[in-house]
Design a protein around this ligand. Structure first.
Ligand SMILES: [Zn+2]
Ligand SMILES: [Zn+2]
Length: 114
């Protein structure tokens, strides 16, 4: 296991999904799917806590992170309660909303329609 270049004191409010190790990406996908579908609030909290831990995101406000839902295949994982995130789709039948990260919300708000 190599040493991270980044210091642990540095705030890291977003993570690039594609920069995560492959096994972490797999785990991330599994945990996210479970979090999206669970009907149990305590389980949801536990899943989110695990997701935050494996990605290494820091400074999350309400124990909830999301992968950007932008149509540009953006790999950004971010705090769901970060100012500037944009809801692209209401959460209907799922726990997780579909949000664009602040960069996408700035650069090309709303999903691009073909
Ligand atoms: Zn994005
Ligand atoms: Zn985008």
């Amino acid at each position: 296991m190599g040493h991270a270049v980044m210091t642990h004191t540095q705030n890291q409010p977003t993570v690039n999904y594609t920069a995560l190790p492959a096994n972490t990406q797999d785990l991330f996908d599994q945990l996210m799917e479970q979090a999206d579908n669970t009907a149990n609030a305590a389980e949801y909290e536990a899943l989110m806590t695990s997701l935050i831990a494996i990605t290494g995101i820091t400074g999350v406000r309400y124990n909830e992170i999301l992968k950007c839902a932008c149509g540009c295949d953006c790999p950004t994982v971010f705090d769901a309660d970060t100012p500037g995130a944009l809801v692209t789709e209401e959460a209907t039948g799922y726990n997780l909303g579909r949000l664009q990260c602040p960069d996408c919300a700035d650069d090309h708000p709303r999903p691009v329609e073909d």
